[in-house]
Structures are given as C-alpha cells and as structure tokens.
Design a protein around this ligand. Structure first.
Ligand SMILES: [Zn+2]
Ligand SMILES: [Zn+2]
Length: 176
C-alpha cells in the first residue's frame, strides 16, 4: 500500500491529533506548534479558546472514526468531520515536490488544521477501507493508529505496545 502522497501524510496529522494529550490547558497551542509544517508559512498559530474547543472536537471525531465498528458508522462520523472542513484544493511545490493542499493558503490556523485532517483522513478511508483506522489493543494505551499492513491485521499503535502485550500475555499464561 502506498501512503506516500500528501493525502496519506495528512492522515498522520489526524492520528496525531486524536492522540494528543489534553492534560495541559495549552495542549492545542502545543500541538499546532509541534506540527507547524502543516500550515502555510506566516499563518498565525495562536488559538482562541473557541478554536481550542473546535480542535478538540476534530480530534474526538477522528477517534470516533477509529472506534467505529461498521462502514455506516464511519461514513456518519467522516461526514460530521467533513462538515467542519472548508476545502479549497490548490497545487503547490513549496517543499520542492508538486502536491495538493486541501485548505486555502490564506485560511486561519483552525481552518487549515480541520480541513487537512478531515480531507486527509477521508481520502485514506475511501481509498483503503473503513477498517484502516484502529485503537491500540494494549492495556492502558488507547492510541489511535493507521493500519498500513498488507492484510489489515494490525492491533497495536507501536512495537512498544505490541511487545508489552506479548510479555503481559506470557506472564498471564505462566501464572494460570
Ligand atoms: Zn505541502
Ligand atoms: Zn499502544
């Protein structure tokens, strides 16, 4: 499976947002700052309290897509997410490679974020199937992940969670 194009990279932004730790009140500002490469150069990255709530809603919807257990549910949730987006595709080669952006370059930070997440996630789901997004099966993790394995068999967000769970299962077997 080829995840090299922009739409597929944008899904990583969606996954990161769903997994963002919200304990710190400044979490959304920190998230945007850490992902500044996704915004047009010169975009003001400050977020109003209202924008922070909207960013949280977008993250929640990405997670809801990941936990959905039917195509109908995924469609409903994707459409809720897409309703928040204001796509205005345009071609750019700002990084040397010709590719498409989904949000208008002059749009505010919130609009760029919401639109890139909604369109990036939708592209991947539509092209590769609704089960490609999942939630880590490791105890106490709960991270959303994108399953790029050939047979869509992934269950964990990372190798760390995978080996942690294998060890836990082994210990549990040994005990019983
Ligand atoms: Zn770009
Ligand atoms: Zn995990």
């Amino acid at each position: 499976m080829d995840y090299d194009d922009y739409g597929s990279n944008a899904v990583e932004l969606a996954v990161d947002l769903a997994n963002a730790d919200r304990d710190d009140p400044a979490w959304a500002a920190a998230f945007v700052a850490a992902h500044h490469e996704w915004f047009t150069e010169g975009t003001a990255l400050e977020l109003t309290p209202r924008a922070v709530k909207a960013v949280a809603t977008t993250g929640d919807l990405v997670r809801e897509v990941a936990v959905a257990d039917s195509q109908a549910q995924v469609m409903d949730r994707l459409n809720a997410l897409l309703a928040l987006a204001s796509p205005k595709p345009y071609a750019t080669d700002h990084d040397g490679e010709l590719h498409l952006h989904y949000a208008a370059p002059e749009a505010g930070a919130l609009e760029q974020l919401t639109t890139t997440v909604a369109m990036g996630l939708s592209q991947v789901v539509v092209q590769h199937g609704w089960q490609r997004l999942g939630v880590c099966a490791a105890e106490g993790c709960g991270n959303v992940y994108l399953d790029t394995s050939r047979n869509a068999s992934r269950r964990y967000c990372s190798n760390t969670c995978s080996s942690r769970s294998t060890v836990a299962a082994y210990r549990a077997r040994k005990k019983s």
